[in-house]
Design a protein around this ligand. Structure first.
Ligand SMILES: [Zn+2]
Length: 597
């Protein structure tokens, strides 16, 4: 008995000592023109003789191993007196420090940051952008503990925008350096930082203070953005019934080649074309805002089991990206309808385009959407010229499945509940109560329970299989008539594009006339039927090509000239048309589905 008591005291004493390590970082940008961030990582109160420090190989939300440590140089370790400590590289992204007797260890390194995307870091004379996973090292001992980050901006930069809370906020300080705190490494890594002379504005919506940091000139109107973004926030919050944040930050990069967004717990980074703030492009921008905002619930909190806490060392496989990204894609357009930016017809046209994109992609009959999710790391994020023949987007297909789930719930509950309520149920149980993600099986079981119907065959056919869903029956039940509209047509099945004076084959549909004729991706088309051709000449010759006839092509493949007889073949691209259902009994359900707030 005494022994046991003694043991408990001993163990808890030992744990207190071994769990008191802290993490503190300092980030500098001494010469932005050379694109290097300088980082000092301070580690204290270690008892072990060796300390392992690591850098993630990927950024959550972007499912590709990016090998961030390829950008690290000059990694060094010193003790509290500045004496060097031995540092041994263990793996591509891990280093061992021989602590010896050092009380405090400083790991210093520089990060080359010259890739301006939402998931990588960038620094030049105009601004700095920090995506934490590629910049901040961590240790297993400190990753679950709070810490501090000091940022010393370059003298030419006046602002720092991030969702991280400031230490001693409101304290007047002459120095531009600022200190931030974080609850654990996941939060630090999940809080992008914009440093520069960005324009900042704020708006309140859904009880949350939103800060928008604008890098780069764009044709935006701040007052209009405040109103429209607030509508998106309000409509998105209504789906889940509550907003878990007090503050939320949008970092927006206005650039020539906009690339989309990346979601975080209480912030997002959007990369958009600088002229996106007018016309149809503006609706695309608002849809991107809705997409990333919806993610603050779906994927950041309500999530697949594997998606947090993360394994930063390797790929994290999940078959549920069709829910994480697909349902988010379904809602990023539905929110625009609910918030009043689309009318019902505009919305249905968006849904029809998504459905026809899915059904018209040859890979849809090859790759089940669960497999598309699992293989995101090697397929979706590494597309090649053959991808459309063998893969389907878990965004688009998952979005269509989301619409089917919504219709099934609305029909079953006779227009009193929708997909919002199913997501609320999952959010309450898995995020708020259990504080973990759900497994594939749990998701399927929860949906069956919610619908009061065994969904095994639906999942086997359409999630783990490639059977075409019965769109007509499912959508008809919510007042939308969906009819097959595919027609046979003559086609060569190749996409050709002009590059300078030359014409190249960009992609070839599996089993098409082009494939059977021996044409390959990368071939340069020099002439057709004895004449030089440009893209429009070639397209009009193809349009006139009758079945059974051929075109005589002169092509160059790896500089060797070849002649090919190009034939077309009949192809029926699957397609559907939408119209209002004639049966009026379902109109109330349709009105509920396509409601505007
Ligand atoms: Zn997304």
């Amino acid at each position: 008995m005494k022994f046991i008591v003694f043991l408990i005291v001993f163990v808890s004493g030992f744990m207190a000592a071994s769990f008191s390590q802290t993490a503190r970082y300092e980030l500098r940008m001494e010469n932005p023109a050379n694109h290097y961030f300088q980082v000092d990582f301070y580690l204290k109160d270690y008892k072990s003789k060796e300390i392992e420090v690591k850098l993630p190989v990927w950024a959550p939300g972007s499912y590709l191993v990016r090998e961030f440590s390829k950008n690290l140089n000059q990694v060094r370790a010193t003790d509290e007196n500045g004496n060097p400590l031995q540092l041994i590289k263990k793996t591509k992204n891990a280093w061992i420090i021989k602590r010896e007797k050092a009380k405090e260890v400083k790991v210093s390194y520089e990060v080359y940051a010259f890739e301006l995307t939402v998931r990588t870091s960038f620094l030049d004379l105009t601004h700095g952008f920090v995506s934490g996973t590629g910049v901040f090292m961590y240790t297993e001992e400190t990753r679950n503990k709070p810490g501090q980050l000091k940022i010393i901006p370059h003298a030419s930069f006046s602002k720092i925008s991030t969702a991280l809370p400031e230490v001693g906020e409101g304290v007047v300080n002459d120095s531009k350096a600022k200190e931030y705190r974080f609850e654990n490494y996941d939060v630090l890594a999940d809080s992008p930082i914009e440093i520069g002379n960005q324009e900042e504005f704020t708006f309140d919506a859904a009880g949350v203070k939103h800060t928008v940091a604008m890098y780069g000139w764009g044709n935006y109107d701040v007052e209009k953005l405040k109103v429209d973004m607030a509508k998106i926030v309000t409509s998105t919050t209504a789906i889940f019934g509550e907003n878990p944040n007090k503050n939320y930050t949008f970092i927006i990069h206005n650039v020539t080649d906009g690339q989309g967004g990346l979601e975080h717990l209480n912030s997002t980074t959007l990369s958009v074309n600088r002229y996106t703030y007018e016309g149809d492009a503006y609706l695309g921008f608002l849809s991107l805002v809705a997409h990333e905002y919806f993610h603050l619930w779906n994927v950041k909190r309500l999530r697949a089991f594997e998606l947090g806490p993360f394994d930063y060392d390797r790929e994290v496989y999940t078959s549920l990206l069709w829910v994480m990204e697909g349902f988010t894609s379904y809602y990023d357009e539905l929110i625009l309808l609910r918030a009043g930016f689309y009318d019902a017809n505009q919305y249905l046209n968006k849904l029809k385009s998504a459905l026809n994109y899915v059904e018209g992609t040859p890979g849809n009959s090859v790759q089940p959407v669960a497999h598309a999710s699992f293989d995101a790391w090697i397929k979706a994020y590494r597309p090649n010229e053959n991808s459309s023949n063998t893969t389907i987007s878990y965004y688009s297909k998952g979005g269509v499945i989301g619409a089917l789930f919504d219709a099934m719930i609305i029909d079953k509950t006779n227009g009193s509940k929708c997909l919002d309520h199913f997501l609320q149920t999952l959010y309450a149980k898995y995020y708020k109560k259990l504080n973990r993600g759900f497994t594939e099986k749990e998701f399927q079981d929860e949906f069956s329970n919610f619908l009061g119907k065994d969904m095994t065959s639906f999942f086997n056919d359409h999630i783990y299989g490639t059977k075409t869903p019965d769109y007509a029956t499912i959508f008809n039940a919510v007042g939308l008539k969906v009819e097959y509209d595919g027609r046979k047509e003559n086609s060569i099945g190749a996409r050709i594009a002009q590059s300078g004076a030359s014409l190249y084959v960009k992609s070839i549909r599996a089993e098409s006339g082009a494939e059977k004729s021996g044409l390959s991706v990368g071939d340069e088309i020099i002439g057709c039927n004895g004449m030089r051709v440009n893209q429009s000449d070639f397209e009009s010759l193809v349009a006139q090509l009758e079945e059974g006839k051929h075109l005589n092509l002169l092509i160059s493949r790896d500089d060797v000239l070849m002649e090919i007889q190009l034939r077309s073949s009949t192809y029926e691209r699957p397609s559907y048309k939408f119209s209002a259902a004639t049966d009026e009994k379902n109109n109330a359900k349709r009105d509920y589905w396509l409601r505007t707030e």
